[in-house]
Design a protein around this ligand. Structure first.
Ligand code: UDP
Ligand code: MG
Length: 322
């Protein structure tokens, strides 16, 4: 039977944890009684350096509730890192895990459907929001703009999917092969490959506590998403440099003609042409340096070059990451 772990990053969530623990425990009980998951399935709370009573709560749940385990990070490292800490900590202990936010805005009844996809052989199942009614206008429009910008810059992310997803132990081990420091999970998980599935759900309002994503954190996540996946901004500099250089050629001809016709003041021709050509050359040079830097950047990530899903041979483990 499937051993399911639910991984939940928590930052100053003491107001919501009673509700969350109650609802998730009920869910696990239901799935256990339906014989869909094993009785040693767990809820893992990752305390992301909270300043309130979050960790005290997790400790008390751990002693009173057989499902609850906890991990405490030494300081606040942000949602993505907290989630990653949890995922990598449990990667070999469960058959699959589901990551979800502490406020349970994502509908936990979707877990049943995710498990069904897992039973059908999917190693990754994405939860996709099919409406954004519960979001403010600002959040909705910035989120949509963000998905558009990311796909323009070439990151392969799933539209309207946040971090509510199921991953098998196989997929988690493949994720472990990505050693980059600025990790943007939503962009990395689609790179893993494997058989994937999606389930749709409607997202609820946050019932307890306030959002922990202030504008600064949202902005940092957005910038991380772009700069972790794309060297397009550097290519754009090169392109602008080339265009400026082309204009400088045009300006050379134009100013030369003006000079020949006697329409110019002394010195104008050389100044105009130098401004355009030096500017263009500088941008182009920055772009070329950028190309080399982007190679270094891609190398230093040392992402796995491939991930083996299965092999057919004797006496070897199923999974290898190179
Ligand atoms: N979170 C975290 N560290 C942070 C900020 C947020 O672990 O620095 C967690 C938070 O406790 C929650 C999840 O990330 O479980 C998503 O945060 P929130 O629900 O506030 O975001 P929103 O739904 O408003 O986008
Ligand atoms: Mg939330």
């Amino acid at each position: 039977m499937t051993k399911l772990y639910i991984v939940i990053p928590c930052y100053n969530e003491d107001e919501t944890l009673d509700y969350t623990t109650e609802k998730l425990s009920e869910k696990l009980e239901q799935l256990i009684s339906e014989k869909r998951i094993s009785a040693d399935s767990k809820i893992y709370y990752i305390d992301d350096g909270s300043k309130d009573k979050t960790w005290d709560k997790i400790e008390s749940f751990h002693s009173s509730n057989k499902f609850v385990n906890g991990i405490k990070l030494s300081k606040n490292r942000g949602h993505q890192n907290a989630l990653l800490a949890g995922l990598l900590h449990i990667k070999d202990d469960c058959d699959c895990c589901i990551s979800i936010d502490a406020d349970l805005q994502d509908d936990i009844n979707t877990i049943d459907k995710m498990l069904a996809e897992f039973e059908n052989g999917c190693e990754i199942v994405y939860g996709i929001r099919n409406d954004r009614k519960s979001d403010t206008f600002l959040k909705r429009s910035t989120a949509q703009l963000y998905y558009k910008i990311l796909s323009f810059f070439g990151a392969d992310i799933i539209y309207n999917h946040a971090d509510f997803r199921l991953m098998s132990s196989n997929a988690l081990n493949a994720l472990d092969g990505f050693k980059e420091v600025n990790l943007f999970l939503r962009g990395i998980v689609p790179l893993l490959g494997f058989k994937t599935g999606t389930v749709e759900y409607a997202r609820n309002e946050r019932l307890y506590g306030k959002t922990k994503y202030n504008l600064k954190k949202m902005f940092a996540l957005a910038i991380d998403g772009i700069t972790s996946f794309s060297i397009k901004p550097i290519r754009m500099i090169t392109a602008v440099g080339l265009i400026a250089l082309l204009i400088s050629l045009g300006m050379l001809i134009y100013s030369f003609v003006q000079w020949a016709l006697g329409n110019t003041t002394r010195g104008w021709t050389s100044i105009v042409w130098s401004i355009w050509s030096v500017g263009g050359l500088e941008l182009l040079a920055i772009g070329i340096i950028g190309e080399y830097i982007s190679k270094i950047y891609l190398e230093t990530k040392s992402r796995p070059r491939f991930i083996i899903e299965k092999t057919l041979e004797e006496n070897k483990t199923d999974r290898q990451i190179q």
